[in-house]
Design a protein around this ligand. Structure first.
Ligand SMILES: *[C@@H]1O[C@H](CO)[C@@H](O)[C@H](O)[C@H]1NC(C)=O
Ligand SMILES: *[C@@H]1O[C@H](CO)[C@@H](O)[C@H](O)[C@H]1NC(C)=O
Length: 607
C-alpha cells in the first residue's frame, strides 16, 4: 500500500497546487502520474545526490526473499501533513488527455524529454530514479499490474528478542556470505571462504570468515535440525544401493579410533574409474562423511544443472579450486591423506563457485538435482549422509580457523593493502581490524558455549589485547577529540571512525563479557563501557538528517561526507535495534526510529 499512499497524498497536493478540479484517472495515466508524484516527492524532500545507486551483492538473495514478506506495509507518513489519503484508488481518475512532448530544463543545466497534459508535467521515471536515487519496479499480481516506488532498496531485519552470547547473531540468519561474488569458494582444506575483495588472488579475510560462521550458526538456530538421508553407515553397512562392480572391494571393519564399525573400501584411484558409487535423485545438496583415505583417492558428487551433468571432485591437492569442462576440483590438501577427515560440503554452492570460474559457460544454478556420490581409493568411511544443510559443520570449521590462525598479538592479520582513501587513509598488509577481533570473539564464544572446549574461550580472551593498542602502534584503538576511545574497523592514521565496524566490535566485547570471570571480565567490561560511552557521545555525528554517514572522514580529514548506502544504513538500524536491547538508554530507541523513517523518505525537521 506504500505507493498508493504516496500517490494519493500527492494527488491531493496537486489538486490544490494546480487547481485541476476533480481528477479522473485511468490505468494508462497511472504510470505518468506516478512519475510526476515521484518527481514531486523527490523534489520536495530529497536533495540532489551523486552516489552511484547501484545495489550491492551483500545479501541480495535475502533482499529478494524478504521483499515478499510485506515489510512495506509498515510505512508511515504522519509527519508529512497529509490529511486524507484513504480514498480508494479507483475513485482517482483523470480524463484521458492530450499529452504532448515538452522539454524539461533541470536547474538550468541540462534537459530531459518530458510530457505535458494541460498544467501537468510528467518526467521519465528512468531520469527520476537516477537523479534522486530512488527505486521502482512493475509488480504484477494475478493480472493486476502496478508500479511500486521506494526510497530505499534495502530491508531492515530484526535482531533476536533476547541478546545472548549463545543466541543468533544480530540478524545474520539473513546473510548468505558464500553466495557473494567476492567469495571465490569455500576451501575444502579448512572449510572457510576465501575472499577476492581487494586482492584478486584471494586472501583469508577474518571478517568474512566470522560472518560465514555467525550466519550459519544463526541459520541453524532458526531452521533447527536438518532433513537427512543416511547413505552409508559402518554399523549398518547395507551396501544394497551402492554399485560395487569390478575392482571394488568393500568390507565392514571395527575401527579403534571411532570405536565403531566403519566401511573399508578399495578401488582404483583414477577419476576415470567408476569407484564406489551410489545413484541418487535428490534435491538436498549437503554431503557429509567421516573418512580416512590412505591412497590418492577422492570423493565426487555428480549433479545435473541446466540439463547438463557436472562432477565436483574433492582431491588430494593444494589447489583450492579449478575446473576443466564440466569437472570442478576442490583441493583437500596434499598432507591430509592417512588422516581422519570430517567432510561436510554444500555441493550446490561448490558447483556454483566452479561455474563462476572462467572455464565454464554455465553461470548459474537452474533445475539442479544431485545424481550420485562416488568414493575412490583405499580407505575407511563412516556416516555418509545427505542433508538439507550442514550449518554447524561450517560454523565449527570457521571457529577452528580462528583458533589455528591467531597470532601472538591475539590478532588475525589481514594480508592485503586496504586503501580507504588512496594516499590519505591506507593500510599495509598485516593490519588488524577491531571488527575482525570482535566478530572473532562472537564466533569463538559461541563455539565455546556449544562445545565446552576451553581452547575457543582462550582465543576469544586473547583477541582483547589489540583493543588496548593504538592504531599508530599497530593496534585498533583510536581516540576522538582526545576524549573518546574508538575501536577501528580500519585503523588508519588519521582515523576513519567507521560506525558499523565499531558497533560490531562492541557486540564481540559484549558476548565475551557474558562468559568470563575475574581478570578478563574486568578488562572486557572496561573496554565495553568505554566503547559504549563513546558511541553515545558520537552516535548523532553519523545522522545526516535523511540518512547516515558510514564514517567520519568529513571530520577527521575534511573531505566530503561518506554517506552510508542503504544496505549499510540498514545495518546501522539493525545494530541500533540490538543496542536498544543491550543498553537502557532512550538515545538508541529514539535514534533508530528516525533512521527507519529516513528509509521512507521522511527527513528530520528543518528550521
Ligand atoms: C592425486 O590426485 C590428484 C587428482 O587426481 C592429482 O592432481 C595429484 O597430482 C595426485 N597426487 C599424486 C601425488 O599423484
Ligand atoms: C552422522 O552424520 C550426521 C550428519 O552430519 C550427524 O547428524 C550424526 O550425528 C552423525 N552420526 C555419527 C554417529 O557420527
Amino acid at each position: 500500500m506504500h505507493f498508493f499512499m504516496v500517490w494519493q497524498r500527492y494527488a491531493e497536493m496537486l489538486k490544490k497546487l494546480y487547481s485541476v478540479g476533480t481528477m479522473r484517472f485511468n490505468r494508462r495515466s497511472l504510470l505518468f502520474l506516478l512519475v510526476l508524484c515521484t518527481f514531486m516527492i523527490c523534489f520536495s524532500f530529497w536533495s540532489r545526490c551523486v552516489l552511484n545507486p547501484e545495489p550491492v551483492d551483500m545479501n541480495r538473495k535475502q533482499m529478494v526473499d524478504v521483499a515478499t514478506e510485506g515489510d512495506f506495509a509498515d510505512v508511515r507518513f504522519v509527519n508529512r501533513g497529509a490529511k486524507n489519503y484513504n480514498m480508494p484508488v479507483n475513485e482517482m481518475e483523470i480524463p484521458s488527455a492530450n499529452v504532448q512532448d515538452m522539454e524539461c530544463e533541470i536547474n538550468k543545466e541540462y534537459s530531459v524529454q518530458c510530457k505535458r497534459d494541460d498544467n501537468e508535467v510528467y518526467m521519465p521515471f528512468s531520469f527520476i530514479q537516477k537523479y534522486f536515487e530512488v527505486y521502482g519496479e512493475f509488480q504484477n499480481t494475478d493480472g493486476y499490474e502496478k508500479f511500486e516506488f521506494a526510497h530505499s532498496y534495502s530491508e531492515v531485519h530484526q535482531p533476536p528478542d533476547v541478546i545472548s552470547p549463545e543466541g543468533a547473531f544480530m540478524s545474520f540468519e539473513h546473510y548468505n556470505v558464500e553466495i557473494r561474488k567476492r567469495v571465490k569458494c569455500i576451501t575444502a582444506i579448512e572449510g572457510v571462504p576465501i575472499s577476492t575483495q581487494w586482492e584478486p588472488a584471494g586472501h583469508y579475510y577474518p571478517i568474512q570468515i566470522a560472518q560465514f560462521a555467525l550466519s550459519h550458526y544463526s541459520k541453524y538456530l532458526r531452521e533447527g535440525e536438518p532433513e537427512t538421508v543416511s547413505l552409508l553407515d559402518g554399523s549398518n553397512s547395507d551396501l544394497g544401493a551402492w554399485l560395487t562392480g569390478v575392482n571394488v572391494k568393500v568390507t565392514s571393519v571395527w575401527n579403534q579410533v571411532r570405536s565403531s564399525r566403519v566401511v573399508e573400501f578399495q578401488t582404483p584411484d583414477a577419476l576415470s574409474n567408476p569407484g564406489l558409487y551410489i545413484h541418487l535423485k535428490e534435491s538436498i545438496y549437503a554431503l557429509s562423511m567421516d573418512l580416512k583415505i590412505v591412497s590418492n583417492g577422492s570423493i565426487s558428487v555428480t549433479l545435473k544443472n541446466d540439463g547438463a551433468t557436472f562432477h565436483v571432485h574433492y582431491v588430494f591437492s593444494n589447489t583450492l579450486i579449478t575446473c576443466d569442462g564440466k569437472n570442478i576440483y576442490y583441493g583437500l590438501g596434499v598432507d591430509r591423506q592417512d588422516e581422519w577427515i570430517h567432510f561436510a560440503r554444500d555441493a550446490d554452492m561448490d558447483l556454483l563457485k566452479g561455474l563462476m570460474l572462467k572455464c565454464s559457460k554455465y553461470k548459474k544454478l537452474n533445475g539442479l538435482s544431485l545424481l550420485g556420490v562416488t568414493i575412490r581409493g583405499h580407505g575407511v568411511v563412516d556416516n555418509v549422509t545427505l542433508s538439507s544443510a550442514v550449518h554447524m559443520d561450517h560454523f565449527f570449521d570457521a571457529a577452528n580457523w580462528f583458533v589455528n590462525h591467531q597470532d601472538r598479538r591475539g590478532g588475525w592479520p589481514i594480508m592485503v593493502t586496504r586503501k580507504l582513501i588512496a594516499g590519505v587513509m591506507e593500510l599495509q598488509p598485516g593490519w588488524y581490524s577491531a571488527m575482525a577481533q570482535g566478530h572473532g570473539m562472537s564466533t569463538l564464544v559461541r563455539a565455546y558455549l556449544k562445545s565446552k572446549k576451553s581452547v575457543y574461550l582462550r582465543a576469544a580472551i586473547n583477541a582483547l589485547k589489540l583493543f588496548e593498542i593504538s592504531s599508530a602502534q599497530g593496534g585498533v584503538k583510536a581516540r576522538f577529540a582526545n576524549s573518546y576511545d574508538w575501536y577501528e574497523e580500519y585503523p588508519t592514521t588519521p582515523s576513519s571512525f567507521v560506525l558499523n565496524g565499531f558497533i560490531f566490535s562492541l557486540f564481540g566485547l559484549y558476548d565475551l563479557k557474558q562468559v568470563v570471570k575475574e581478570e578478563p571480565l574486568e578488562t572486557v567490561t572496561r573496554l565495553y563501557n568505554e566503547g559504549i560511552k563513546s558511541l553515545k557521545a558520537m552516535l548523532l555525528m553519523y545522522d545526516s538528517g535523511f540518512g547516515t554517514f558510514y564514517d567520519l572522514r568529513h571530520i577527521s580529514v575534511g573531505l566530503a561526507p561518506n554517506r552510508a548506502r542503504w544496505d549499510y544504513h540498514t545495518v546501522h538500524i539493525s545494530q541500533l535495534l540490538q543496542l536498544t536491547k543491550m543498553e537502557d538508554d532512550p538515545l538508541f530507541s529514539r535514534t533508530v526510529k528516525r533512521w527507519q523513517e529516513y528509509m521512507h523518505g521522511i527527513r528530520s525537521p528543518h528550521n
